[in-house]
Design a protein around this ligand. Structure first.
Ligand SMILES: Cc1ncc(COP(=O)(O)O)c(C=O)c1O
Length: 416
């Protein structure tokens, strides 16, 4: 164990409980709600991933979509501190953004490449994914070089069943020949699994197809990788050159169904993001009052109703009107959302008047079936990754590191 790790663990032992941190964050911001991202959970998740990977297997951290909504640069900083060797993103623009922040590790762009993106790919030393050679064949061969004069490096996506993008296995030899003729270096070959965590047999078939297709290139100096979050949890393809997880880094399960989410949680991952809020107003209403637009909820007795300042404009789904709940941090109890989720606020029902220091989690950093990202995804029939990924910049963001508030991005003042 390194000295750095000891210091961090010591800091965590003395760490202020998350409920207090949430309170402190709101106090420090002087705002009624915010997004809280626990970078200690990210660090923990990377260590869990290291434990799931083979001993000679590196990590290519997938940080597209602003690290799945948790914030690109703070998450990348932790990944690099933890020795993650490579990164991948979805778009050339995301790759350029990382380069402009002086991130120097290899960056693979997972999305399809268009011819007009080649210039930026070269200029910013990115590794584009290739499913066919056509974006490159229009370029003069001697121009496919990075600024240091080295040859363009590409990743080949092989379609072993996802049927989204990727070269068909039978077309791989021709693609390799074309790339060789273009003097392009093949940095890696990869595939992506289609099936859910609780369907390992299907993904195993894809792995077998991938290994067969790439066998002829085994002696080439290229890396092979297949296991995203699903593969990591399943232990399928985790002993190749890299694992390639995204969601797991911030503690998000790739599947929302109960079995998949259960298997994911069992690995020990911790969700990093929560959305916290303090009531801005509360009152006791008599029976028979209709709450919010269209009075979709009627009080049946004397009821304590409080407002939280977050609504669908921030990213909280209107479909949670009268269906969702928030978590009272102090007690862990659930308080139902009553009436419509409106643009800027929600109304919740409380068992009594809230205390001065009461904080509520609108998205909780756990696996709760009502309030966590995975629980909300199940309720909304959405992807788990959508839950933290949908938040706008109107809420400030507070980053926790080594058990205390490390960084604050003020509302509307950051890109995510
Ligand atoms: C090609 C590829 N690899 C890896 C990932 C990361 O997947 P996950 O976030 O499920 O780990 C994705 C995500 O969509 C992907 O498209």
């Amino acid at each position: 164990m390194t000295g750095g790790v000891c210091i961090m663990e010591e800091a965590q032992q003395k760490a202020v409980p998350p409920s207090v941190l949430a309170s402190q964050a709101l106090q420090q911001l002087r705002q009624p709600s915010c997004i809280l991202v626990n970078l200690d959970a990210v660090r923990h998740n990377v260590r869990v991933l290291k434990g799931l990977a083979g001993s000679n297997t590196g990590i290519m951290g997938v940080v597209k979509g602003s690290a799945y909504g948790s914030g690109l640069l703070p998450v990348v900083e932790v990944l690099l501190e933890e020795g993650v060797q490579e990164l991948s993103v979805a778009t050339v623009g995301e790759g350029i953004h990382l380069r402009r922040q002086n991130v120097q590790v290899p960056i693979t762009v997972l999305g399809n490449l268009l011819q007009f993106e080649v210039e930026d790919v070269l200029k910013h030393n990115l590794i584009p994914t290739i499913s066919w050679a056509s974006p490159l064949t229009a370029e003069p061969t001697d121009s496919l070089k990075y600024p240091d004069g080295s040859r363009l490096r590409v990743a080949i996506n092989i379609d072993t069943g996802m049927s989204r993008y990727g070269v068909q296995p039978q077309d791989l030899p021709a693609l390799v020949t074309t790339l060789d003729n273009l003097n392009v270096t093949i940095a890696s070959m990869y595939t992506h699994f289609q099936a859910a965590i609780n369907e390992p047999e299907k993904n195993k078939k894809q792995l077998d197809m991938f290994l067969e297709a790439t066998e002829p290139y085994k002696l080439r100096p290229l890396t092979r990788h297949v296991a995203a979050t699903t593969g990591c949890v399943q232990g399928i393809g985790t002993n190749l050159d890299f694992i390639r997880p995204g969601g797991a880094i911030t503690g998000l399960s790739s599947g929302s169904d109960e079995e998949s989410a259960g298997l994911f949680a069992k690995c020990g991952f911790r969700p990093a993001l929560s959305v916290v809020a303090r009531p801005t107003f509360f009152k006791q209403l008599p029976p028979g009052r209709g709450i919010g637009y269209d009075a979709t909820y009627q009080t049946t007795t004397d009821e304590w109703i409080a407002n939280l300042t977050t609504g669908w404009s921030d990213g909280f789904s209107r479909r949670l009107s009268n269906t969702g709940a928030v978590k009272r941090v102090k007690t862990g109890e659930l308080c139902p959302i009553v009436g419509r989720v409106s643009m800027d606020s929600i109304t919740i029902r409380l068992p009594e008047a809230p205390a001065e220091d009461d904080v509520f989690q609108v998205i909780s950093d756990d696996f709760d079936e009502n309030t966590s990202a995975v629980g909300l995804a199940r309720i909304l029939e959405a992807a788990v990754y959508e839950m933290p990924g949908n938040w706008s910049t109107r809420l400030s963001r507070v980053y926790i590191k080594n058990g205390s508030i490390a960084k604050v991005y003020h509302s509307l003042d950051y890109t995510c």
